[in-house]
Design a protein. Structure first.
Length: 269
C-alpha cells in the first residue's frame, strides 16, 4: 500500500485561529502531521464605522473589492446590518483569488472578476481593463481590506483614474500566545515545514521568535509572501504555483516527491 505523499512530515500552520481547518484538512489528507500556531489575530479596525458607512451605500460603487476572505466576512456582516443585501446581487465585484471569490458567492454575489494571477497588481489591471476607457475617469471603487494593507491595488487604480475609497474591515496584530509553541517546534528541530499564507503572518513569526527555522523548510503561498520572508531573513524553499491553500499543499507534495529532498535538508524523515 502506497504511503500518503506527506507521510512523516511535520508541518507548522501560521494562519489565524478559525481559519486553519481547511488547510489542516488538506495537509492531513496528504499524510502530514500538523501543528497550528496562529502568529496573527484579527481585531476590530480603529474606525469600525467606516465599513458600516460604506456598506450602506454599496450601490454607489462601480466596483466592490474585498481583498481577503476575512474582508468578505466582515462586509457581509456590515451589509446585513445596513439592510442592503440586495446590493450583493446587483453590484460588480472583484477578488484577488478564488477563495475570496467563493466567499463572495456564498453571500449571494452572482459574478466576481478574478485575475489569472492572484496578486493585487494583476487585479488592478483586470479591473481597469473591464471598466473601459470611457468610464475610468469616473469609476468609483470600494476596497474592503485590512488596515495597513499593501497599497499597490489602490495606487494602481488611482493612477488609472478611478476614485477609490478604502473601508478598513479589521486590523492585524501579533499573537504572543503562540510563542512557546513556535519555540518548541523550532528548538526541538523536529519540524519539516513552516508554512506562510500571508506576509503579516511572516512578520509576526519573526517578531515572536526571530528569523530561525530549526532546520525546517519554508513554504510561501505566493511571491508576495515569499518576498516578505526573504526581506525578514528567512530562506524560502517553495512557492506555490497556484496562490491558494490547495496550491500550497500541491507544492509541498511536489517537493516531497523529489528524491533526497528531506534527507539532504534535515537528516531525519
Amino acid at each position: 500500500m502506497t504511503s500518503p505523499p506527506l507521510a512523516g512530515q511535520h508541518v507548522l500552520v501560521t494562519r489565524p485561529a478559525g481559519q486553519t481547518e481547511g488547510f489542516r484538512t488538506l495537509l492531513e489528507a496528504a499524510g502530514a502531521t500538523v501543528t497550528t500556531a496562529p502568529t496573527i489575530r484579527l481585531v476590530p479596525a480603529a474606525d469600525p464605522e467606516a465599513l458600516a458607512r460604506a456598506a450602506a451605500r454599496l450601490a454607489e460603487y462601480d466596483w466592490i473589492v474585498p481583498t481577503s476572505v476575512n474582508a468578505v466576512r466582515r462586509l457581509g456582516d456590515a451589509v446585513s446590518e445596513a439592510d442592503s443585501m440586495c446590493a450583493l446581487a446587483t453590484g460588480r465585484f472583484a477578488a484577488v483569488g478564488p477563495a475570496t471569490a467563493d466567499a463572495l458567492r456564498a453571500l449571494g454575489v452572482a459574478e466576481c472578476l478574478v485575475p489569472p494571477i492572484y496578486r493585487g497588481e494583476a487585479l488592478a489591471d483586470e479591473i481597469v481593463a473591464a471598466t473601459g476607457p470611457e468610464s475610468r475617469p469616473d469609476a468609483r471603487v470600494l476596497l474592503v481590506q485590512a488596515e495597513r494593507a499593501r497599497p499597490v491595488l489602490r495606487e494602481r487604480l488611482v493612477a488609472a483614474g478611478a476614485r477609490v475609497d478604502v473601508a478598513p474591515a479589521y486590523a492585524v496584530e501579533v499573537n504572543p500566545d503562540v510563542r512557546d509553541v513556535l519555540r518548541e517546534f523550532i528548538e526541538l528541530g523536529r519540524g519539516d515545514w513552516l508554512t506562510f499564507t500571508a506576509s503579516s503572518a511572516a512578520r509576526a513569526f519573526v517578531q515572536l521568535v526571530g528569523a530561525q527555522t530549526g532546520g525546517a523548510l519554508v513554504a510561501a503561498i505566493s511571491p508576495v509572501t515569499a518576498s516578505t520572508l526573504a526581506e525578514l531573513g528567512l530562506p524560502v524553499h517553495v512557492v506555490a504555483a497556484m496562490h491558494s491553500m490547495p496550491g500550497l499543499v500541491d507544492a509541498l507534495v511536489a517537493s516531497a516527491a523529489r528524491p533526497g529532498r528531506f534527507a539532504a535538508t534535515h537528516g531525519h524523515a
